[in-house]
Design a protein around this ligand. Structure first.
Ligand SMILES: Cc1cc2nc3c(=O)[nH]c(=O)nc-3n(C[C@H](O)[C@H](O)[C@H](O)COP(=O)(O)O)c2cc1C
Length: 186
């Protein structure tokens, strides 16, 4: 798929089939993610791929966290939380690395990790996969980060829910750039 076509036709897909994503495709989208620009070439992205039972373990952490935050919810609420990672056959968590030297800037590392995330989404789309970028409470939850091997203050940029679309969506219809653009020519 041509680059501009991928950019303009990509869209978030919520409903995914349970069919597993072949490891070779996951490796391809990760390789594409790692081509993103980044200052000082520190490659400040970290990817954690969860498939199969790892998604169930993440769901247990989601549910336990919700229970710790809000202990009086009906059981169905915890069950819904537990099942969230099962909405996709593969999840790719994208985190940013904290600065490892004085010249690195946290915001730049987050920006680079976000650029890697968009590369990942576009590559997935070009390869016939469907995806959804999610964050939510889980993205700032220390228990979730600990489960994923991240530090409590390490930015978690995205949970990418990845799989094959289970819906047929009309083409995206997004506003263009004009009301967000200022031209300065003198
Ligand atoms: C930083 C970031 C966080 C997001 N978090 C969520 C989220 O928690 N839940 C969700 O449904 N969508 C989330 N999204 C996806 C956006 O809702 C989605 O991209 C937007 O609706 C536009 O749809 P499109 O991707 O089809 O253009 C997030 C997107 C970004 C960039």
């Amino acid at each position: 798929m041509e680059t501009l076509e991928a950019i303009f036709s990509r869209q978030s897909v919520n409903k995914l089939r349970p069919d597993p994503v072949p490891r070779a495709l996951l490796e391809q989208v990760l390789a594409a993610a790692a081509q993103a620009p980044n200052h000082y070439r520190v490659r400040p992205w970290r990817f954690i791929v969860l498939t199969d039972a790892a998604r169930e373990r993440l769901g247990e952490v989601f549910a336990a966290s919700l229970r710790a935050r809000q202990p009086d919810l009906p059981a169905a609420a915890y069950e819904k939380e537990r099942r969230k990672p099962l909405r996709a056959p593969a999840l790719i968590v994208v985190a940013a690395a904290k600065p490892a030297s004085p010249r690195e800037i946290l915001e730049e590392n987050i920006a680079a990790a976000a650029a890697a995330t968009q590369n990942l989404l576009l590559a997935a789309h070009a390869l016939g996969l469907a995806a959804k970028w999610r964050t939510g409470t889980a993205a700032s939850d220390p228990a979730v980060k600990a489960f994923l091997g991240l530090e409590a203050d390490q930015p978690l940029v995205a949970f990418i829910y990845l799989g094959y679309a289970d819906v047929s969506l009309p083409p995206p219809n997004r506003p263009d750039h004009t009301d967000r653009t200022t031209w300065m020519t003198a």
